[in-house]
Design a protein around this ligand. Structure first.
Ligand code: FAD
Length: 370
C-alpha cells in the first residue's frame, strides 16, 4: 500500500486526505494543533459558534461541483448577504459594492460624480492604487479602498501591491439596483449545522491516521521524510499545506504574510447588525480594525445575545499571502524546486488567494490523477 504524509489538517489537508484514502492510500496527516480543521474549524465562545474569519462558501457558478460535493457531507444553506462600509466623514454606513444612492448622500457627492463622469472608459493599471482609481476615481478609492488596504496589508503605499493588478481597467459604474454582495452568478452559502464545517473534517479523515499535537520541524525532501517532535516518518508522497519556504528552511528568504488578531465580544441584544448585513468594513485611517462580523447571521445560532468579532491586522500570525510580485515570484521559485512526489497545495501551500471552493476543485482534480 502506498504511503502519503500530509502536513496540516486544515480544509486542504482534509480534502486531499479523503481523496487519497478513497483511492486506497495509507494516509497519515499531521497537525501541530490539538484539533483538525485549521482556520475553518468552528469553535464556541459562551456557546456562540464562530470561526477565525467568516469562512462562508463563495464561488462562481462554474465551481458548482465543489458546492455539490460539500453539500453532500455538510448540508449548506444559501445566504444573501450585504456588506457595509463605515464612512466616518459622513457618519453613515454605505453599501459595498458602492451603491449610487449612498454616494449621493456624501457631502461632496457632486465632486465624486464629476470625477466618475470624467474617468477614461478604459485605462491601464500596474498596481492596486491604479486599478481602483481607474475603476471609481480618486475620491471613492480613498473613501473605500485606500486605508482599508494599507491597514489590511500593513504597507506604506498601495503601489506595493503589484501582483494581479496589471490589467486594462474599465471604469465601473456604481451599483444602482441590488445592495447584495453577489446579485447573480455566484454561490454564497454557509453550513446548516451549528458546528459549521466540522463534520467535513471528521468524515474526510475517517480511515486516515490523524496525528495531532505534532509539529513538523523540518522536511527531508530527498528522502520524503518528515522530522517531527513525535519522531520521523517516511512516505511515497508528501502533501504540504503550509508555506513552501518552510520546506526549504527559508533558503532563499522567508515569504511575507499578514495575520489577524480576532477579538470576540458578546453583546446583550438579539441582533447587532441590520437585516442581511453580515459584516462591516472599516476603511478609515484612524481605526485599527478592518472588519466586524456578526456570526449569528452565518450560523443562525439562537440566543438573546449576539457574538461579534473584530479583526485587527497583525504581523504576529501568518494568514494572508501578499499580492506583491516579488513575493509571488519567490514562492514560485520554491514551488518549482519541489522534487517529484512532494506537492504543495492550498492557500499557504500555493501562496495564492484560494478559497474553500478552489480547494475542493483542486482536490477533485487531484483525485482524477492518482
Ligand atoms: C481570515 C480568513 C478568512 C477567510 N474567509 C474565507 C471565506 O469566507 N470563504 C472562503 O472560501 N475562504 C476564506 N478564506 C480562505 C480559506 O479559508 C482558506 O483558503 C482555507 O481554509 C485554507 O485551508 P488550509 O488547510 O490550506 O490552511 P489552514 O487552515 O491554515 O491549515 C493549515 C494547518 O497546518 C497546520 N500547521 C502549520 N504549520 C505546521 C507545522 N509546522 N506542523 C504541523 N502542522 C502545521 C496548522 O495548525 C493548520 O491546522 C479565509 C482565509 C482567512 C485567513
Amino acid at each position: 500500500m502506498k504511503k502519503a504524509l500530509i502536513i496540516g489538517s486544515g480544509f486542504t489537508g482534509c480534502m486531499f486526505a479523503m481523496m487519497l484514502n478513497q483511492k486506497g492510500w495509507d494516509v497519515k496527516i499531521f497537525d501541530k494543533s490539538k484539533l483538525t480543521g485549521g482556520g475553518v474549524r468552528t469553535f464556541y465562545h459562551g456557546g456562540h459558534p464562530y470561526t477565525y474569519g467568516p469562512r462562508h462558501f463563495i464561488g462562481p457558478e462554474e465551481n458548482m461541483k465543489a458546492f455539490e460535493f460539500l453539500n453532500k457531507i455538510v448540508p449548506m444553506r444559501h445566504i444573501k448577504k450585504m456588506n457595509v462600509s463605515y464612512q466616518q466623514n459622513e457618519d453613515l454606513f454605505a453599501s459595498y459594492p458602492m451603491h449610487i444612492e449612498d454616494v449621493k448622500k456624501f457631502k461632496d457627492s457632486k465632486k465624486i460624480f464629476d470625477e466618475l463622469d470624467n474617468l477614461p472608459k478604459e485605462t491601464k493599471s500596474k498596481n492596486f492604487e491604479e486599478f481602483w482609481i481607474g475603476r471609481v476615481g480618486k475620491t471613492l478609492y480613498e473613501r473605500f479602498n485606500k486605508f482599508y488596504n494599507l491597514k489590511a496589508w500593513q504597507i506604506q503605499s498601495n503601489k506595493e501591491m503589484d501582483f494581479g493588478f496589471e490589467a486594462t481597467v474599465k471604469r465601473k459604474p456604481l451599483e444602482t439596483k441590488s445592495r447584495y454582495e453577489f446579485p447573480e452568478g455566484y454561490i454564497n452559502a454557509y453550513p446548516k449545522p451549528v458546528d459549521g464545517y466540522n463534520k467535513f473534517f471528521d468524515v474526510s479523515l475517517s480511515g486516515c491516521n490523524t496525528i495531532l499535537n505534532c509539529t513538523i520541524k523540518s522536511v527531508d525532501l530527498d528522502k520524503r521524510k518528515l522530522i517531527t517532535d513525535k519522531g520521523d516518518y517516511e512516505g511515497d508522497l508528501i502533501i504540504s499545506t503550509i508555506s513552501p519556504d518552510f520546506l526549504f528552511s527559508n533558503c532563499w528568504g522567508e515569504l511575507k504574510y499578514v495575520g489577524r488578531e480576532f477579538y470576540k465580544i458578546v453583546l446583550p441584544c438579539e441582533h447587532v447588525l441590520p437585516k442581511d448585513v453580515y459584516f462591516i468594513y472599516y476603511p478609515n485611517e484612524n481605526e485599527q480594525q478592518t472588519r466586524v462580523t456578526e456570526f449569528k447571521k452565518f450560523t443562525n445560532h439562537k440566543s438573546p445575545n449576539s457574538l461579534i468579532t473584530m479583526e485587527v491586522p497583525s504581523l504576529k500570525n501568518k494568514l494572508y499571502p501578499t499580492m506583491m510580485k516579488e513575493q509571488v515570484d519567490l514562492a514560485d521559485k520554491y514551488l518549482k524546486a519541489l522534487p517529484d512526489n512532494i506537492m504543495s497545495v492550498g492557500r499557504m501551500g500555493t501562496y495564492r488567494y484560494v478559497d474553500i471552493d478552489d480547494i475542493i476543485m483542486q482536490g477533485l482534480d487531484f483525485a482524477k490523477k492518482i
